[in-house]
Design a protein around this ligand. Structure first.
Ligand code: GLU
Length: 470
């Protein structure tokens, strides 16, 4: 059996877009599932629009998603000689010819065709002229004038286009650079690709590529053109709909597992299943279940999946991610064990790691830096409450074990003795310890903060810093 070989060939003219990442993932999964090979190729022949920075960003995004490649990255800009060899071959075999028509002349031919309702294309003027190479000459493909070009697509089914509709495409431009269709076919042929899975925005290129395969006497790979990803307004997903670059999601605190899981479901399904572990995905992924309808990018579902992974990943992993996001916000440097004790409290609540970092702020900043909104202080930290805090401190200080259960018992006793209800103190305590009116359970956060922090924070708001405790 032939080894499955797939590829991802981004153009480094932008970030790794979620749509690109999705096709990369499908290609990667198909190669991995079949024990095949996944090739990364950078299509940078558009020198003016390509950049090294974008290439690096794309590689970062791939690495972050865990989409490792077996070969490459190849750079098309370094393979120009190879493309020229193939162009020479096509010239020699009569499948291509030099064309001396200027861009203005070609435009005029198109306009003329349009005016008569014909397909706007180059009229073939230089086809029979047998021109040699020379300045101002491009190389064009001699498209068959009759018949049709057909292929079987794994998503679209049979596709056929009358050759009369196809232009004599340019293979080499005036600047000597190969065109996209030529370079892609030479690469796909020389890299022995068995499957080409890409967005259906390329569907109209495929018949032209098929003609090139045929002219080169090569077998076709299996094509799968997956429908585009749309925004909620059913228009092609773009920046208007929010972040579209994969690394932006990383920076917003999404887990790569969540992103991979989300992306795979955009245009592929396995019954109604939504959550897939990677090893399971590698078992069940197949090209038979690629969807035929465009899918809508649903931020809410991505967030839901992210929270799912945040909740279920091991505490150590989430703690180290939390550390990264805290450090980015200037709150880094917390002890590893301390972070690991914070994480379980926030795992059920945080949609993203950025949210978790924001929720964790009060745990990790210095006691005197816990943000205190003056209006909140006025509202909750009344003189009566401050009195209680002052009285509570020795009770807390004397606790031999500072865990949730002991705290609960101690508070019951204190409240009983003082004749006050828990609700009188609960919200003020929360404000004093966290600077917020919402947080995980009070006893839980007190246990994690530990006795010393709790005492210092209560002292801070009860105005008794100087007073010795206990
Ligand atoms: N460089 C093309 C793109 O980024 C790849 C097209 C293909 O998969 O053949 O759209």
């Amino acid at each position: 059996m032939t080894q499955v070989i797939t590829r991802f060939p981004p153009s480094p003219t932008g970030h790794l877009h979620v749509g690109g990442a999705r096709t990369a993932l499908f290609n990667w999964l198909w190669a991995r599932k079949n024990g095949g090979k996944f090739i990364l190729r950078i299509e940078d022949t558009d020198v003016a629009r390509s950049s090294e920075e974008m290439t690096q960003g794309i590689l970062d995004g791939m690495r972050w998603l865990g989409l490792d490649w077996d070969e490459g990255p190849y750079f098309q800009s370094r393979r120009i000689d190879l493309y020229n060899q193939y162009i020479d071959q096509l010239l020699e075999t009569g499948h291509a010819y030099f064309c001396a028509c200027t861009p203005d002349e070609v435009e005029a031919m198109r306009a003329e065709a349009r005016a008569t309702g014909a397909v706007p294309k180059y009229n073939g003027r230089c086809r029979g002229r047998d021109l040699k190479n020379g300045p101002g000459r491009v190389v064009r493909f001699k498209t068959p004038e009759s018949g049709e070009t057909a292929f079987q697509d794994l998503v679209k089914g049979p596709v056929a286009v009358p050759n009369a509709q196809l232009d004599d495409m340019v293979l080499r431009r005036l600047d000597g650079m190969p065109t996209y269709n030529l370079a892609v076919v030479v690469d796909d042929v020389t890299m022995n690709l068995t499957h080409v899975i890409r967005g259906d925005d390329h569907l109209s290129n495929t018949p032209k590529q098929v003609l090139l395969y045929e002219a080169l006497g090569r077998d076709l790979p299996r094509f799968a053109h997956v429908p585009m990803i749309l925004g909620p307004d059913k228009k092609k997903l773009s920046k208007r709909h929010g972040a579209t670059s994969v690394t932006a999601y990383r920076d917003m605190g999404y887990l790569p597992e969540a992103m991979v899981n989300y992306l795979v479901r955009l245009g592929w399904s396995h019954g109604d299943q939504e959550v897939f572990q990677l090893d399971e995905l590698l078992q069940v992924f197949s090209l038979d279940h690629l969807g035929t309808a465009a899918s809508v990018f649903d931020q809410g579902k991505l967030l839901w999946l992210n929270n799912h992974y945040i909740k279920n990943e091991p505490i150590e992993r989430i703690a180290s991610l939390l550390d990264v996001h805290l450090t980015e916000r200037g709150w880094g440097g917390a002890d590893e064990n301390y972070l690991q004790s914070i994480v379980p409290l926030l795992q059920p609540r945080a949609g993203t790691m950025v949210e978790m970092a924001e929720m964790a702020e009060f745990f990790v900043v210095e006691d005197e830096s816990v943000p205190m909104d003056p209006a909140m202080v006025d509202k909750f930290l009344t003189p009566e409450v401050r009195e209680h805090f002052g009285r509570l401190r020795p009770w807390l200080a004397e606790m031999p074990v500072f865990d949730q259960q002991s705290l609960e018992t101690m508070f019951k006793e204190y409240l009983g003795e003082q004749g006050v209800a828990f609700k009188v103190l609960a919200q003020p305590l929360r404000v004093a310890l966290t600077g917020k009116t919402k947080s995980p359970g009070l006893y839980e956060i007190m246990e994690v903060l530990g006795k010393d922090r709790v005492l210092r924070r209560l002292a801070r708001v009860s105005g008794r810093e100087e007073e010795p405790i206990g």
